[in-house]
Design a protein around this ligand. Structure first.
Ligand SMILES: C[S@@+](CC[C@H](N)C(=O)[O-])C[C@H]1O[C@@H](n2cnc3c(N)ncnc32)[C@H](O)[C@@H]1O
Length: 245
């Protein structure tokens, strides 16, 4: 089995093998905090939608026990091969599809879902966040990162998103026919059928509705773009499961 990552023509972004975008090789502020929290955790942590494990490997380096979950088994095979021999015992891989995947209640001290829940409908995001609440130990932390409407590849939707948001639509960044909207470059993986681009307000609203205390929700820039970033290509949220629920 090869541990080689697939070739890319976008430095810092590795294409997935299942048309679900790219894994970004640089950790953002939310994934960095997840890895630090994971290193101090008593129980296992969950990296949901881990792809080839950029955050999983960082958490393992910090001494964490990590459950790495992804819908695509080939991603997990590559991740397993990439893990250092001394970290293999601390790594568990699970093939699982949101929102159906199940884990035991109160089994994780932290969960990262980085750039995965925008592949779900609004209803499935709600199911997913309630499940994640159940999977976390009391005091456990949830880190979410998503793509927003302001990504250059599909920012033609921004006027419609802003109009729908102002009108109070719950999922104003939902793009039903994503292939017809996405600007493509040579070598891009095929597009998923739809993309539910999100923003910090929506993340905070849905985390609160699932029972979490929201600590922080923000836009932030796609690091790969450097000075060309508009500072809003991504959104993140850090939320805590209250100790007494
Ligand atoms: C855009 S990549 C993000 C990878 C990495 N977490 C990051 O932030 O760079 C999305 C990953 O989520 C996985 N994924 C997408 N939809 C999923 C779902 N419904 N259930 C589980 N995994 C999913 C894909 O297979 C892919 O590996």
């Amino acid at each position: 089995m090869s541990s080689a990552l697939p070739a890319t023509n976008l430095p810092g972004a590795i294409p997935t093998l299942n048309s679900r975008g790219f894994m970004l090789e640089a950790l953002d502020e939310y994934a960095t905090e997840f890895a630090a929290v994971a290193g101090q955790a008593h129980h296992e942590v969950l990296d949901m939608g881990c792809a080839y494990g950029v955050a999983t490997l960082a958490a393992l380096d910090k001494g964490a026990k990590v459950c790495a979950c992804d819908m695509e088994p080939a991603h997990l095979n590559i991740l397993t091969e990439r893990a250092k021999p001394e970290h293999k015992a601390a790594l568990r891989t699970v093939v699982g599809l949101l929102p159906d995947v199940e884990f035991s209640a109160q089994s994780f001290d932290a969960i990262l879902a980085s750039r995965v829940i925008h592949f779900l409908t609004g209803d499935d995001i709600r199911i997913t966040l309630r499940k994640m609440f159940n999977w976390l130990t009391p005091g456990g932390k949830l880190f979410l990162v998503v793509d927003t409407p302001y990504m250059p590849g599909w920012n033609s939707i921004v006027p419609s998103y802003e109009t729908k948001k102002a009108a109070g639509e719950p999922w104003p960044g939902f793009i039903p026919d994503f292939a017809s909207v996405r600007r493509t470059s040579a070598g891009d993986p095929p597009a998923p059928e739809f993309l539910n681009t999100l923003d910090p307000d929506i993340l905070a609203r849905e985390c609160k509705a699932a029972g979490f205390d929201v600590q922080r929700a923000s836009f932030f820039g796609l690091q790969r773009l450097g000075k060309d970033s508009n500072g809003r290509e991504h959104a993140g949220c850090m939320a805590v499961k209250p100790i007494s629920v």
